[in-house]
Write a protein that binds this ligand. Structure first.
Ligand SMILES: [Zn+2]
Length: 404
C-alpha cells in the first residue's frame, strides 16, 4: 500500500507496521546534499545512519510513528561530522515528534490539563510540559521585541489566596508579556530589568493597582512614564468607606439578637454602592427612603458619589471639582470611616488623577485576561508551580503567531 504523509521533504520508503491500531513507516529526507554547519561547504558523504522513532499525528485516526533514517554526514572540507536536521521534525532528548504534532499538543494544552494531554497522545508528562515551556518562552520573547506603549500590572494567585504572582500585560494588544512569582518590588523590578533599556523607554503609561511595592518598582525603572492607578481598584477603595459606615449603623441589637441588622439598610447595600448615573428612577426613590432619617449614611453616600465623580469627570478640572465636593461634605460630616480614605487620596492623588492625562487608562483589559487565567486554574486543578502556570498563561492570550 502507499502512504502519503503530506510532510514536505519527507519520503516514505517502507511500511513497517500496518495494523488497524498502529501504523509505522520508514522515512528519509529527500535531500541528497547538505551544508556542513562547521565550515559551510556542501557535502553528500554519509558517515552512518541511525533510526529515530518520531511520533506523528494519527493518520485517519490511527496512531502513527515515523522511523526516520537520520543520517550523519562527513564534511569533505573540514572532515567534521554532523547529524542532519529536518524542518518537520523536533528532535528532543528522548522523545521526538513532528512539528505538526507539537502544534496539536500545544493547542490541547490550552484546553485540558497536561496529564490529560499526555494520556491522550501517550507521551510523557514531562515532555508535554517541556514543550509548553519552551514554546511559551518563544512567544514571550517575540512579544517583548515589539514596543509596548501602555503597560498593565496586576496580581493573581495560583490557588485562591495562595502563592501570588505578578501579571504584566501589553495594554494595547492585551497580550500577556510575563508572569513572575510574588507580588513585591523585586518581582516587578526583575521583570522590567530583563526587558532592557530600550523597551522600558518605549513605555509611556503604566496602570497598576494601589500597591506601594509596585509603585516603588515603577518609580525606579519607569520614572519617565505616567503611572495611573487602575480605576476599578480605586473604586473599591472608595466603596470601602461607605461599607464601613453601613456596618456600623445597620446593627440594631446586641450580638445574637434577631434581627441583628436593620433590614432596609442591609438589603439596599448594593444599591448604596451603585453610581447614581447607573440607577433608574424607581431605584433612586427606594434608595432615598433608606437614606432619609439616616444622616451619616446619607453623608457617606454623597461622599462616595463625589469620589466616583473623579473618574466620571471629563477632564482634570472637573475631577478636581468632584474632589472639592467630597472634601466639603467630609468637613461637614467627618466620618471616621472616611479618614483613612482621605489619607490614601493624598498619598495616591497623582496616580489617581493621572487617569485624565492618559486617555483614561485602566486595567479593563487585564480583567478579561484574569477571567481566562481563572478558567486555566480550574482546568489545571490549581497550580503549585509558577513556571508551569506562567508558561500556560502566556499561550492563552492572543498573539500565538509563533509556532513550535
Ligand atoms: Zn565542514
Amino acid at each position: 500500500m502507499s502512504v502519503r504523509l503530506h510532510l514536505r521533504r519527507i519520503r516514505v520508503v517502507a511500511v513497517l507496521v500496518d495494523l488497524v491500531e498502529r501504523l509505522v513507516v520508514e522515512v528519509v529526507d529527500v535531500r541528497r546534499v547538505v551544508r556542513c554547519p562547521h565550515c559551510g561547504f556542501k557535502t553528500t558523504r554519509i558517515h552512518d545512519t541511525r533510526r529515530l522513532r518520531v511520533r506523528d499525528l494519527p493518520t485517519r485516526g490511527r496512531p502513527t510513528e515515523l522511523m526516520w533514517a537520520r543520517r550523519r554526514f562527513v564534511c569533505g572540507e573540514c572532515s567534521e561530522r554532523h547529524w542532519e536536521d529536518h524542518p518537520e521534525i523536533l528532535v528532543g532528548r528522548r522523545t521526538h515528534v513532528t512539528r505538526r504534532l507539537a502544534r496539536q499538543l500545544v493547542r490541547d494544552v490550552n484546553a485540558m490539563s497536561i496529564r490529560e494531554v499526555a494520556r491522550r497522545h501517550d507521551l510523557p508528562w514531562h515532555y508535554i510540559m517541556g514543550l509548553t515551556v519552551s514554546w511559551s518562552d518563544r512567544v514571550a520573547q517575540d512579544r517583548r521585541r515589539r514596543r509596548c506603549r501602555v503597560l498593565l500590572v496586576d496580581e493573581t494567585s495560583l490557588r485562591r489566596g495562595h502563592r501570588y504572582v505578578t501579571v504584566v500585560i501589553n495594554g494595547d494588544t492585551g497580550e500577556t508579556l510575563g508572569i513572575v512569582a510574588h507580588r513585591n518590588t523585586a518581582a516587578l523590578s526583575g521583570f522590567l530589568l530583563a526587558q532592557g533599556h530600550r523597551w522600558l523607554r518605549g513605555v509611556r503609561v503604566v496602570v497598576s493597582h494601589g500597591s506601594g511595592s509596585y509603585r516603588a518598582s515603577i518609580r525606579q525603572h519607569l520614572g519617565h512614564a505616567t503611572h495611573v492607578l487602575d480605576r476599578f481598584h480605586v473604586a473599591r477603595w472608595f466603596a470601602a468607606g461607605m461599607i464601613e459606615v453601613r456596618h456600623r449603623i445597620q446593627r440594631i441589637g446586641p450580638h445574637g439578637s434577631r434581627p441583628a441588622f436593620e433590614p432596609d439598610v442591609f438589603r439596599s447595600r448594593y444599591l448604596q454602592l451603585t453610581r447614581l448615573d447607573h440607577l433608574q428612577a424607581h431605584r433612586i426613590e427606594a434608595l432615598g427612603r433608606v437614606l432619609a432619617g439616616r444622616p451619616e449614611l446619607e453623608a457617606a453616600w454623597r461622599m462616595l458619589q463625589h469620589l466616583y465623580g473623579i473618574h466620571l469627570a471629563a477632564d482634570t478640572d472637573d475631577a478636581n471639582q468632584a474632589l472639592g465636593a467630597f472634601i466639603d461634605t467630609y468637613q461637614h460630616h467627618p466620618l471616621a470611616e472616611f479618614e483613612k480614605l482621605t489619607e490614601t487620596l493624598l498619598e495616591w492623588g497623582d496616580e489617581i488623577f493621572a487617569f485624565h492625562d492618559t486617555d483614561r487608562a485602566s486595567n479593563g483589559r487585564i480583567e478579561g485576561t484574569n477571567n481566562k487565567l481563572g478558567v486555566l486554574k480550574r482546568v489545571a486543578y490549581g497550580f503549585v508551580n509558577v513556571t508551569n502556570f506562567a508558561a500556560r498563561a502566556l499561550l492563552l492570550t492572543p498573539g500565538m503567531a509563533t509556532s513550535p
